[in-house]
Design a protein around this ligand. Sequence first.
Ligand code: ZN
Length: 456
Amino acid sequence: MTVFFAETALTTDGWADAVRIDADATGAITAVTPGADPNAVLAEGGSRLRGVVIPGVPNLHSHAFQRAMAGAGEKRSPQGQDSFWTWREAMYRHALAISPDQAEAVAAQLYAECLEWGFTSIAEFHYLHHQPDGTPYAEPAEMGLRMLAAARRTGIGMTMLPSLYAFGGIFGKAPHAGQRRFLNDLDGFFTILDRLIAETTDDPRCAIGVAPHSLRAVSPEMLSAFHAMGTPIHIHAAEQEREVAECIAATGARPVEWLLRHAPLDRRWCLIHCTHMTPEETRELAASGAVVGLCPSTEASLGDGIFPLPGYRAAGGRFGIGTDSHVGTSPRDELRGLETSQRLALHQRAVATDDDHPHPGRVMLDAAWAAGAQASGRPLGRIAPGARCDLVELDPDHPALIGHAGDALLDAWIFSGQGNPVRTVVVGGKRVVEAGRHTGALEITEGFSRAMRQLA
Ligand code: ZN
């Protein structure tokens, strides 16, 4: 059993002081008791968190290998007219080069960075499966197992989402040569999935889901193989206008519209991006109970567009955040980008609020906690019995936060400053970040540096 004493904590009953948090050996919270005696906790061998303790934030969309090309895909291409599609060519070249050892080292660096910024779990949308020539490794799940190894090494919780990628364009187009490490038929995909399930059975730090990559990469028949599954189902949808146009040309429907008509969208589903939706799609998707996974720093980096947040929120839509290509690795950057992009487009402020919820930082964190848990298929995002003991301690004396309390402190965290006020991070009852640094940072960054020098 592990015990923590938090000076102030955001519990499911609201802000509370002097909070005792008990966790069991599996890393789950068993009791939350406000008004507790710190000396009793310390006498039991517990540890004290002197700052403001909030639930760890779930990161619901990652392609970890892309951390190695963050900042490297910015140069203008010779032909000009740079876009998502020219970036994708650079990403393919990068994906063809990385080895299992390098991918694991890069993922460990990414996950340690995410932890230092307050993400405590990651949904790894994993499509880089095979050897550089496209043939499977002797262990077909080699690359996915490396992602799991990196998660276990850093202590971050994981929802592993092996991705099915079978085609190069909407409904059956031949693959691009740069996609050869991603490709599987259904049998190959299920071999990898079964191996990852076997590896994580009875591990409360991990869950498994599935990720049909996009309507560009699977057929309707393949997608229907997932309909009966009880796990999270993640899919990219409507990120780019060209993707929408190709989907209309091939099917007569827009991507989200097609999914609404042909897939049983419900609470299991997480649609990544959904940047380009009509008002009708926006309302119907919100009503389906599915989550939208927003990745504002990547969406801005790739020139995707701006998500229709006001209409989606007004219809009760659920949304969480991810870091996707990892040009950003913090909840703060994602949530700041989400709100400020709306401000730029709409010429308004406090867009992610309503009469009853006036603090945009709090509103967006509440959404990210609840929808992140749903899309991760794990009990995350709340300080309450039964949830994972994933805690983030913010330093209230950090220059970005000083003078703020409660929901206003969350606004200050999201909207001010560049420093990092995250001091301690606990995952599954274990302290993995102390004084703002991951406890294994030195060794992890050495491995990352080695991998990056080799890749360069
Ligand atoms: Zn993605």
